[in-house]
Design a protein around this ligand. Structure first.
Ligand code: P6P
Length: 334
């Protein structure tokens, strides 16, 4: 079953929907195919960095994250279903005020190419997207449309450009994964009704920041490293610098991803609007959890577009254990 067929079939889940969300998800799928084509040949067309040269179309060769941003913006604008876009690549929101979008109901927040520093070394990267109903009544969207808690998301998901290209999304009725079949240029349902294991043996954290972690995180990392066959410890450390790839692996195999506060990132590094909330929606729908360490991610109040937050996300029993350690050592300072 292709993504398009699946979306139409599932549209029946939303009796009041008139197809706008379906078309919006289709638009995201189109942009994903275009970006995947460039990501998969990044090493060949020197799109890795700003080379200063121009390509055969006479365009300056752009960095892949700029390219991805432009492709998703173009696809969303052309689809006419959104009245504004927020992007990790843009300081301000992108209001959309075209004839085709004048009745648009939705806004999209996105990280067009998460982990893009890995492109040059051929490591998986991803796109993360979050869809909200607009709050403003008409005209181009405003920043007010994005100041919504994660619990208000209509849909969210990610695309991972890895050994294969996968699109994983939820509309609040479970999580489904689609793998791009390049021979037909379609995303095909490969992972129906994804459920993440309640526990796993992978923990993902940048231990280079260990000395600056809160005490509870330090204690949890040591817990992961202890010998205890009854709880399958020591766990395995897996951290590749692309959150989408780490979180996707943990979603399938079980595991926990942690990006806590550090001295360099005193509020955490990852962004609430277009990284943590969309990933939290997917993981919760797959039976996992996502927290700041003491608050459910999707209930965090958002006050600014690029707001950062600490993130603990993955298998519910493992997230609970991290929270337990953080509570136990909350007051302890190094
Ligand atoms: P660090 C990528 O920039 C990202 O937002 C996540 O995808 C990734 O897990 C993390 O930051 C890597 O950050 O500080 O460990 O290099």
């Amino acid at each position: 079953m292709t993504l398009g067929q699946f979306i139409i079939e599932k549209q029946a889940d939303f009796p009041y929907a008139k197809g706008e969300l379906s078309r919006l998800l289709r638009d995201i799928g189109i942009a994903a195919k275009i970006v995947n084509r460039e990501v998969s040949k990044a090493g060949l067309v020197e799109i890795l960095g700003e080379t200063g040269e121009t390509n055969i179309q006479g365009e300056r060769v752009k960095k892949l994250d700029v390219y991805a941003n432009e492709q998703f913006i173009a696809a969303l604008k052309a689809g006419g279903e959104v009245c504004a876009i927020a992007s990790e690549e843009n300081e301000e929101i992108i209001p959309i005020d075209t004839e085709i979008s004048k009745n648009a109901k939705y806004v999209v927040a996105m990280d067009p190419l998460d982990g893009s520093s890995n492109i040059d070394v051929n490591v998986s990267v991803g796109t993360i997207f979050s869809i909200y109903r607009r709050l403003t009544l008409k005209g181009p969207g405003t920043i007010e449309d994005f100041m919504q808690r994660g619990t208000e998301q209509v849909a969210s998901g990610y695309i991972i450009y890895g050994s294969s290209c996968m699109l994983v999304y939820t509309t609040g009725k479970g999580v489904n994964g689609f793998t791009l079949d390049p021979s037909i240029g379609e995303f095909c349902l490969s992972h129906p009704n994804m459920q993440t294991p309640q526990k796993g043996v992978y923990y993902s954290v940048n231990e280079g920041n260990y000395l600056h972690f809160p005490e509870g995180i330090k204690k949890y990392i040591k817990y992961c490293q202890e010998e205890d066959s009854a709880t399958s410890r020591p766990y395995s450390s897996r951290y590749i610098g692309s959150g989408v790839a780490d979180i996707h692996r943990n979603l399938i195999n079980g595991g926990v991803y942690i990006y806590p506060v550090t001295t360099k990132s005193p509020k955490g590094k990852l962004r609430l609007l277009y990284e943590c909330n969309p990933l939290a929606f997917v993981i919760e729908q797959a039976g996992g959890k996502a927290t700041t360490g003491d608050k459910r991610i999707m209930e965090v109040q958002i006050n600014e577009l690029h707001q950062r937050t600490p993130l603990v996300i993955g298998s519910s029993e493992m997230v609970d254990k991290v929270v337990e350690f953080m509570a136990k050592y909350k007051e302890q300072k190094v």
